[in-house]
Design a protein around this ligand. Structure first.
Ligand code: UT7
Length: 348
């Protein structure tokens, strides 16, 4: 038996006797707050135009929370919907992993807050910080508890209230981000069922200063000065992040496809992190996939960080483009840097 490393080099399964134990996604729920922030709204707040935002990012509108709503509230709504889809309640959940860079508080973790809201009294859990790759990293982490045989039901949530850390006087960042959440349930795949097939993740900490929130942590605790200098907001070197994302999202996908003996032709749907339509299009083109194979919904949500991939997955299902048996290629790149690609055979 090998953990994390099967004879074919794939990293998302466990070989038990003659059987490969895989993990599958058995349910999906999403939530976005009702309030919209449109490009027309932003035109009144900063020096920008609807045309510039659409052309440079592909975004038309984003969902934004009302004051006082936290990430755990969005996570709760998404998690409830995922559990309801499987006819389950919080009591059935064994592990909760919340990917977020905007926790309600530093501590307790958003996973603890969510556990209480869901009444998931039998679950343990934790938060995972990997920015825009957070959902994919949490998905693979959650899958390990299934393939190891340790747990049967893992709830993985990607949720962010990006509006809580955005400077709405900075036109280079405020046009990009939105709020949203998605939750999946991970369970054991049936014998012979693929589920989560493989993943290929990398981090590169040398790019840490390209996208970060400078203050509020242990190195630069909150003070009047940090607030005055706007150091509690997202600071981004946009063009640098753009170049990294275009290069690395392709590379991790290419490596993942090749080691599984696949090409872009074999993929039914490519669901990338939604950060910029030009990053998505460049990655798709380099992978040799036609436009109809990529899911783009950045126009309606902007970049919701850990929320983009489940929100895009839900749209793929609604549009009839993701069905039981579809082969999905996921990809992400974000602050850290973090980057990832995952292959999933859709299970419902
Ligand atoms: O999830 C991962 C996190 N983030 C990303 O993946 C973001 C990656 N980066 C990007 O998406 C893009 O770099 C941005 C959308 C952030 C910026 O687009 P860009 O095409 O790279 O623009 P730029 O930063 O090179 O700026 C070009 C011009 C500048 O004016 P000058 O210096 O040429 O006169 C900016 O000041 O566009 C100006 N500009 C704007 N103009 C109108 C920047 N933001 C705006 C704006 N409206 N909102």
């Amino acid at each position: 038996m090998s953990l994390n490393q099967s004879p074919n080099g794939r990293e998302a399964e466990r070989v038990v006797g003659n059987n490969v134990q895989r993990a599958k996604i058995s349910a999906l729920g999403t939530y976005t707050p009702p309030r919209l922030l449109t490009n027309a709204d932003l035109e009144k707040m900063v020096e920008t135009t609807d045309e510039w935002i659409i052309e440079r990012t592909g975004i038309r509108e984003r969902h934004i929370v009302e004051k006082g709503v936290g990430t755990s509230d969005l996570a709760f709504e998404a998690a409830k919907r995922a559990l309801a889809q499987r006819g389950l309640s919080g009591r059935d959940v064994e592990v909760i992993i919340v990917a977020t860079v905007t926790p309600d508080m530093f501590f307790p973790s958003t996973a603890c807050l969510l556990q209480h809201k869901l009444g998931a009294s039998g679950a343990w859990g934790f938060d995972l910080s990997a920015a825009c790759s957070g959902f994919l990293y949490a998905m693979a982490t959650g899958a390990q508890f299934i393939t190891s045989g340790r747990h049967k039901k893992v709830l993985v949530v990607g949720a962010d209230v990006m509006s809580s850390i955005i400077d709405y006087t900075d036109r280079t960042t405020c046009i990009i981000f939105g709020d949203g959440a998605g939750a999946i349930l991970i369970e054991a795949a049936e014998p012979g069922e693929d589920g989560l097939i493989d993943f290929n993740y990398e981090i590169d900490g040398s790019g840490g200063d390209d996208l970060y929130m400078p203050a509020g942590g242990s190195r630069m605790p909150s003070s009047v000065e940090t607030v005055e200098k706007k150091l509690h907001f997202v600071h981004q070197n946009g063009p640098q992040v753009f170049k990294f994302a275009v290069r690395k999202m392709y590379e991790v996908c290419d490596t993942l496809l090749k080691r599984n003996g696949l090409t872009g032709d074999d993929i039914d749907i490519f669901i990338p992190h939604q950060a910029n339509i030009r990053i998505i299009e460049a990655t798709r083109e380099r992978l040799g996939m036609p436009p109809e194979k990529v899911l783009i919904n950045i126009d309606r949500y902007g970049n919701t960080t850990a929320g983009t991939i489940p929100l895009a997955t839900a749209d793929a299902i609604t549009q009839g483009r993701l069905k039981k048996g579809s082969l999905v290629l996921y990809a992400s790149a974000g602050a850290g840097y973090t980057v990832g690609a995952a292959l999933v055979r859709w299970s419902f």
